[in-house]
Design a binder for this molecule. Sequence first.
Ligand SMILES: Nc1ncnc2c1ncn2[C@@H]1O[C@H](COP(=O)(O)OP(=O)(O)OP(=O)(O)O)[C@@H](O)[C@H]1O
Ligand SMILES: [Mg+2]
Length: 326
Amino acid sequence: MPDTPDAIRTAALRKVYPAPGARRGAEQRPDIVALVGLDLTVGGGEFFGLLGPNGAGKTTTIGILTTRVKPTSGAASVAGADVVTNEVAVRQRIGVVPQRPNPDRSLNVRENLVFHAAYFGVARSVAARRAAALLDQLGIGDRGDAKVDQLSGGQQQRLMIARALIHEPRVIFLDEPTVGLDPQARHALWDILRELHAQGRTIIMTTHYMEEADRLCERLAIMDQGRLLALDTPQQLKTRAPGGTLVELVLDGDATAAASRARELAGVSSAEPQGSVLRVYADRGGELIPALIRTAGLEGRDVRDIHLSPPSLETLFISLTGRKLD
Ligand SMILES: Nc1ncnc2c1ncn2[C@@H]1O[C@H](COP(=O)(O)OP(=O)(O)OP(=O)(O)O)[C@@H](O)[C@H]1O
Ligand SMILES: [Mg+2]
């Protein structure tokens, strides 16, 4: 990992939130451990993803790295500045797109950008020029005079991105930036993020969409219940998905007997029945299909449908947690 000033580093980062509704005399509920002890390094210029289900600790991690949330213990630095002792420097060097858009609704679109830039010491004339260029680039160049409430959800999200960029930060944090966007707006946002990455900025994005993480991120941390379960390139993570390709055969009756036979076939790492569906994991799934059809036939079953799924982040996540991501 190159030791660039853009790198993010965390060491044994821990966050405990007090139990909700803790009052004297009330029944004591346990505190919420949102981060168990996170060790993470992100290199300058990386496109890095935090992937995990609800409550994994993604927003808490982003909150600490962006100085909005105080860590309980451990250390974290962003672009070389400590998030606790050097908060002002961290804020200068980062742009943040929060999970819920929080523009100033009393201002119009352009003013949102110019006021935000002023907070970081950017001269008004410079900010106005940058605002116009950013709004153009984000496809809302004609909405500068609009009130925020006149924007669609996708347009508000773009305004949040423009705001995150107006002071030209080195590191950009985006917390679930594509939630609630239609596919067209989502793909437009992907293009924008790829462009920012091509400009050399460090991007840290959280998501619970496997496909998004897979397609955009150079490296991914898979989180669950405040812990890092795996960290690697999407490609490497997928090869770690156990058992290879998933072959699902829909039979014309119960799959139990066919599953027992399928387990005997060379190349099959597991075969489980679920009602009339036979689920087989195999290294080279496609090549096994004729043998699987014959195996089902020996138990008097016809195959009505076949579905092949290559190893994926989804199959890896299921193997790591025993649960589906969504
Ligand atoms: N301000 C808070 N006070 C108390 N508990 C909190 C607070 N913020 C988060 N938590 C709890 O900490 C845990 C981690 O939450 P966090 O928001 O970091 O997860 P997340 O991965 O971003 O989830 P999501 O996908 O739902 O956004 C959850 O159990 C959550 O309920
Ligand atoms: Mg979150």
